[in-house]
Design a protein around this ligand. Sequence first.
Ligand code: DAT
Ligand code: MG
Length: 138
Amino acid sequence: MSTERTLVLVKPDGVNRQLTGQILARIEAKGYRLAELKQVTATRAILESHYEEHVGKPFYEPLVEFMLSGPVVAAIFEGERVIEGFRSLAGTTDPTTATPGTIRGDFGRDWGEKVQQNLVHGSDSPESAEREIGIWFS
Ligand code: DAT
Ligand code: MG
């Protein structure tokens, strides 16, 4: 298995709640290598590209608004099977029911908003990872 890369975003809720360090520490502690790191204020153009697969879904516009509500921290992590490994660390999409021990399960819950404030994004395939890294680290 060759070394993979994945794009991780700490979303505005994670940055605002000052959980960035704890989240990155969990990924490093699992054994993945931090290759790139920056804090960015997303633009609508970046998010329309990043979330193109979700255009037209009911949560799309609230999701973009949420992602524009504050800075995000973007990282590239590397390692064997890091894509599935990070998604396992992150937990399932809905933070209320995400398994305790995961990032979303430990730090997230439903806040009654129209979108899941679930702290992190992680690429879901090698093709998505390369596409998303190109968007955030071009
Ligand atoms: P994931 O982030 O677990 O890969 P996804 O790619 O299906 O999930 O969706 C992207 C984001 O959109 C997700 O992190 C939170 C939001 N979202 C997804 N499904 C939702 C839903 N049913 N209601 C509200 N927000 C949703
Ligand atoms: Mg996804």
